[in-house]
Design a protein around this ligand. Structure first.
Ligand code: CP
Length: 311
């Protein structure tokens, strides 16, 4: 294995080999088991959240703290973003000031393309519009592997607002690459054939799945023309008590959250023993520690010089 000195960006999972992704899952689980965290006290990070967040922002902050990084405070509402400063200029400024890496959530799909062409420091994508949410995918994979040991051969049904969900897009791609059998479910008007996953009704989904991945309805990305009734949605596309009883005994339920209780999932089922929703949040810290370690480590990890990301 060679020593890698280049900066690694983490903007999607497509650009990582399956070996690298499996190594990141292994590192996430190792941190959860208590593996000591490396010391990155020489690194300064900035978290730039142009869209709201509870989990992603807080768990990146916790991961940065556990890796002993310095977190330079930044708030879009008090910055010169409010005077019209572009994303590129904000990021170039932070790089010039001495930031070693930027964690960014932004509403524009693919916002990071021009940053990758210009900046020399790692960009870590914390969600881009309806594009990708790769750190969420990694923590979801970690949660599945923690339960089953592998995702290979497992039936995963991603349910809900597929068209507007960056979580669905990230997960559908990587789950297929890792050998899972992936389906979509939910309203056909929000089904995205470009994801290349067959569609099941919610009743078919609960009977076939090993992993039921529910999605939040992304109202903020809708054009306002679709009539939406929460009770109707729950009855037709949600995880009701009756559907929960029809899941396989071994099946688990995931949701990236925030959860609309009583819409995607019945209120009391969020805390059901087969729900991994709060475990996903816990796992998010360990997954983000593994991502930051991967971005800043100068040591090679398995898969660095492989190019097996096209299968
Ligand atoms: N799952 C997720 O991205 O949650 P936040 O929007 O709260 O970060």
């Amino acid at each position: 294995m060679k020593t890698i000195l280049k900066n690694r960006h983490f903007v999607n999972l497509e650009s990582l080999s399956t070996t690298e992704i499996n190594s990141l899952i292994e590192r996430s689980l190792a941190f959860k088991r208590g593996e000591p965290a490396p010391d990155f006290s020489d690194k300064t990070l900035v978290n730039l959240f142009f869209e709201n967040s509870t989990r992603t922002r807080s768990s990146f902050e916790m991961a940065e703290h556990r890796l002993n990084m310095y977190l330079l405070p930044f708030e879009t509402v008090t910055s010169s973003v409010q005077k019209g400063e572009t994303l590129l200029d904000t990021c170039k400024t932070l790089e010039a000031i001495g930031a070693d890496g930027l964690v960014i959530r932004h509403g524009a799909t693919g916002y990071y393309e021009e940053l990758l062409a210009t900046l020399d420091i790692p960009i870590i994508n914390a969600g881009d519009g309806s594009g990708q949410h790769p750190s969420q995918s990694l923590l979801d994979l970690m949660t599945m592997v923690e339960t089953y040991g592998t995702v290979e051969g497992k039936v995963v049904v991603i349910c809900g607002d597929l068209q507007h969900s960056r979580v669905a897009r990230s997960n559908a791609d990587i789950l297929k690459r890792l050998g899972a059998i992936v389906y979509g479910s939910g309203p056909v008007e929000w089904y995205d054939p470009a994801m290349g996953i067959p569609h099941l009704s919610m009743d078919e989904a609960v009977e076939q799945c090993d992993i039921l991945m529910l999605l939040r309805v992304q109202h903020e990305r809708h054009d306002g023309t679709t009539r939406f009734d929460p009770a109707d949605y729950h009855a037709t596309y949600g995880l009701t008590h009756e559907r929960m009883n029809r899941l396989k005994n071994s099946a688990i339920v995931l949701h990236p959250a925030p959860v609309n209780r009583g819409v995607e999932i019945a209120d009391e089922l969020v805390e059901h023993p087969r729900s991994r929703i709060f475990e996903q949040m816990k796992n998010g810290v360990f997954a983000r520690m593994a991502i930051l370690e991967w971005c800043f480590s100068t040591k090679s990890i398995k898969g660095d010089d492989e190019d097996d990301n096209t299968n």
